[in-house]
Design a protein. Structure first.
Length: 587
């Protein structure tokens, strides 16, 4: 029998039984609800009216004049709620007795007859309630029996489907999946057989034909594949940099002689031991094969660079580890699949040594230049002192030029010294919990005169009730001052600069917005690089200010950003976390 036919029969029967179960349940529940409402409306209310009239009759006999009104009201309600056969006669007699009792209040036989009729009214309705209750019980028993039968049949059909249908579908699919996996592992001798006349029989026949053709194709191309494999191995061994190839299971596919020499392994070790065993006994191998996490793989994935230090020949050498994830589109597929990585180690020891020498040279020169620059500034101060003597206008202009140049030299040497200290790790951040307002105040005071010279208005936009943050107040104020100074430098005269401090989520965001010419989008990603200056801009510094600012903020657990458009202006900002869990760990 075809699988589609089995599904139609089984699911159709189950659907029919569920439909019958739902219909019968709905009908019986509706009937029970209707009978219950009839008992409440027809008989229970009559009993309630009779009880109220008995209580009112006793109160009237005790001399309560208001009881007569209660008797009349409940009798009127009872006249509208007559449902049983003898209930109408009893209600009429009650009406007559009440009229007589109104004419002769002290007629005790009539009062006794009235009480007797009320008791009869209660008995009639109670008997009706018992009779209807028995009917409801019988109806509920019938409903329970029918629903139980239908439920049992539904359960039986569902159980049969559950026991047989999944295995009839899943077992052939499982066999097909295992066979396809064997074919993927190049076991082309795999064949598939099914009995019966289901759709899987045709599928198995097509699969077997495919496997036979693949086997013929593999046998015809085996020599060529072996030759190409040897050629690739020779090519990898000719590379002077250590190269290691891994598959998606982190197993070594190939390794060249340079990598063997560096790790101290032999090809026998590679063939006889697994990668985990090699990494356990060799810390260097563990460091080399440590692959950074990568969430996705695409066709244009970039190499993942990482510099590692390795002690070889009694000295420390530095290698730049480049990991190239390899992804392919398998035959017949449409999406990329990750199949492994290629690790290449480039010896960058000479570049590292040059970088250290450069940093030390810059630090030394910057430190040595500070003393003569300070002497020049002190000499300028002495020359400007009244006791030295009056200066001519030309001398004053010359002195102002010397002062500007010395301040520029001092700023450049300070930035170079900060950069070298950051690179060597000698600079320290003295962070503590503090109010962020002094940072704003210091930056505004430091740049006030520069803004006045260009008639630029500094506008502040500050949130109220700002929380304390864990920062180095001096370094943070330096960053904000650098932002405002740059904004003043590149803003036109008589413009405005907006300095804002707002709280957003769990961060404080400092920002400086100007209305200058803006930054081209092609330079945004490089604006925080060292020594970078936008082409065509006024070159008044080293191009290190924003780079140093980025290091200061990121070492405090924050982030720095720029938003700019040509002709509109720029907004430089940095954010500092306010929560203790986000406090930076670097010093």
């Amino acid at each position: 029998m075809k699988i589609k036919t089995k599904l139609n029969i089984g699911i159709g029967l189950l659907f029919l039984m569920i439909l019958m179960l739902a219909f019968s349940s709905t009908w019986y529940v509706s009937a029970l609800k209707k009978d219950g409402e009839n008992i409440l409306a027809a008989n229970y209310l009559s009993v309630e009216y009779a009880r109220n009239m008995l209580e009112a009759a006793d109160q009237w006999a005790a001399g309560d004049s208001q009881a007569l009104k209660t008797l009349q009201i409940n009798l009127s309600r009872q006249q509208k709620n007559v449902t049983e056969i003898t209930e109408r006669e009893i209600t009429d007699r009650l009406t007559k007795k009440l009229n007589l009792l109104q004419e002769e209040p002290n007629n005790y036989p009539v009062a006794a007859a009235l009480r007797k009729e009320l008791v009869n009214l209660m008995n009639v309705n109670m008997a009706a309630i018992v009779q209807k209750n028995d009917h409801v019980r019988l109806l509920a028993k019938e409903a329970f029996l029918l629903i139980s039968i239908l439920g049992a049949l539904s359960f039986l059909i569902a159980f049969v489907l559950w026991m047989n249908l999944p295995s009839n579908i899943a077992d052939p699919i499982k066999k097909l999946t295992l066979s396809i996996r064997e074919i993927a592992n190049q076991n082309y001798a795999q064949r598939l057989y099914f009995k019966g006349d289901s759709e899987f029989v045709d599928l198995a026949s097509s699969f077997n034909s495919m496997a036979e053709r693949l086997q013929e194709y593999a046998n015809s191309k085996l020599d060529t594949i072996l030759q190409e494999k040897k050629r690739v191995e020779a090519l990898v061994n000719s590379i002077h940099d250590p190269v290691i190839g891994l598959n998606d299971k982190q197993e070594i596919l190939f390794i060249n002689d340079e990598a063997l020499l560096l790790t101290g392994l032999s090809r026998n070790d590679i063939e006889s031991k697994g990668l985990k065993e090699l990494a356990t006994g060799n810390e260097l191998v563990q460091k080399i094969i440590e692959i950074p996490d990568k969430e996705s793989v695409n066709s244009e994935v970039e190499s993942l660079d990482q510099t590692i230090s390795i002690y070889t020949e009694d000295k420390e050498s530095f290698f730049e580890k480049q990991v190239y994830p390899i992804a392919i589109v398998p035959t017949g597929e449409q999406t990329l699949q990750h199949v492994g990585e290629v690790i290449i180690l480039k010896n960058v020891t000479s570049f590292k040594e040059l970088d250290v020498a450069k940093t030390n040279f810059i630090a030394t020169v910057s430190h040595e230049l500070k003393t003569p620059i300070a002497s020049i500034q002190m000499g300028l101060e002495l020359m400007n002192h009244p006791k030295t003597g009056a200066l001519t206008e030309n001398q004053k202009k010359l002195m102002e030029g010397i002062r500007d140049d010395s301040e520029r030299l001092l700023r450049i040497t300070s930035e170079l010294l900060n950069m070298s200290q950051l690179e060597t790790g000698n600079i320290k951040l003295f962070a503590q919990w503090c109010n962020p307002m002094p940072v704003i105040t210091y930056a505004l005071q430091a740049t006030h005169l520069q803004a006045e010279q260009k008639q630029i208005e500094l506008i502040t936009q500050l949130n109220e009730d700002l929380p304390e943050v864990f920062i180095d107040e001096e370094k943070t104020a330096w960053v904000l001052t650098n932002f405002i100074t740059n904004a003043i430098r590149y803003s036109p005269e008589r413009s405005q600069i907006i300095v804002s401090l707002i709280k957003k989520d769990s961060k404080l965001i400092f920002s400086v917005q100007d209305h200058g010419k803006g930054i081209d989008s092609s330079y945004k990603d490089r604006i925080f690089d060292r020594y970078f200056q936008i082409p065509g801009s006024m070159r008044s510094g080293t191009g290190l200010g924003l780079s140093i600012a980025k290091d200061f903020i990121e070492n405090q657990g924050g982030s720095i950003a720029v938003d700019s458009s040509l002709g509109v202006g720029s907004t430089f900002s940095f954010s500092i976390p306010t929560s203790k869990s986000a406090i930076y760990s670097k010093s």
